[in-house]
Design a protein around this ligand. Structure first.
Ligand SMILES: C[S@@+](CC[C@H](N)C(=O)[O-])C[C@H]1O[C@@H](n2cnc3c(N)ncnc32)[C@H](O)[C@@H]1O
Length: 196
């Protein structure tokens, strides 16, 4: 299996990759998010962790959410993200921040944190890496905010993380089948709310 947790893997990959969506298209994520975004002010602070070469930030911007900070620990990802935004809108208005999602040190708190496949990549690393990510997210998430995480795993968040966040699966997204007899395989969209 590739070293999904290593920055060198992503650096090599993004040297040639300009746009790629892990797990599910951003439009599907936005459909799932719609009821949760309803009623939220467009000026809310959104943290997009492990933005990679995804266009999720463009979809958020299309919905009027401009206060988006795209975080990745690989500089090429941020360059690709900026280019995708520039190509789509003719300018760059969302923020790009080089940071390790397991060791965030931010000056703001956020109302919404989103990761698509990033918790999965981080979980490939050291045993407590995902717990470190969860603690980081908790630290910079508003009390009333929430974390949306897209994962291939049906058991992404263990008991320790569940002691920090209430964890709910809000959507199971069927993956394409190559043959009708292929088994049903789902990706999971989690909603995590900070416990008091
Ligand atoms: C599976 S890809 C997902 C990319 C994108 N979210 C998508 O849906 O296409 C994981 C991304 O997380 C980034 N990443 C992995 N570990 C990270 C960490 N500890 N801190 C910040 N970014 C990380 C990688 O550079 C990569 O861009």
């Amino acid at each position: 299996m590739p070293d999904f947790e290593k920055q060198s893997y992503w650096h090599e990959r993004f040297a040639s990759e300009r746009a790629f969506e892990w797990l599910t298209p951003s439009s599907t994520v936005m459909d799932i998010l719609t009821p949760y975004l309803a009623g939220l002010n467009a000026s809310i602070r959104i943290l997009h962790l492990g933005s990679g070469t995804s266009d999720l930030h463009n979809h958020l911007r299309e919905r009027g959410f401009l206060n988006v900070t795209n975080v990745d620990y690989e500089p090429l990802a941020l360059e690709r993200g900026r280019q995708l935004e520039q190509d789509r809108f003719g300018d760059v208005q969302t923020q790009y921040l080089l940071a390790d999602a397991t060791r965030l040190n931010l000056s703001d708190k956020y109302q919404l944190v989103i990761d698509k496949g990033t918790a999965d990549a981080i979980a490939c690393g050291e045993e407590d890496a995902l717990l470190s990510m969860a603690r980081s997210v908790r630290r910079f998430l508003d009390e009333s905010g929430f974390w949306v995480s897209l994962s291939y795993s049906s058991q992404r968040f263990d008991e320790e993380i569940q002691s920090i966040f209430s964890v709910e699966v809000i959507s199971k997204i069927p993956t394409p089948k190559h043959k009708p007899t292929d088994p049903d395989i789902f990706h999971h969209c989690y909603l995590l709310r900070p416990r008091g």
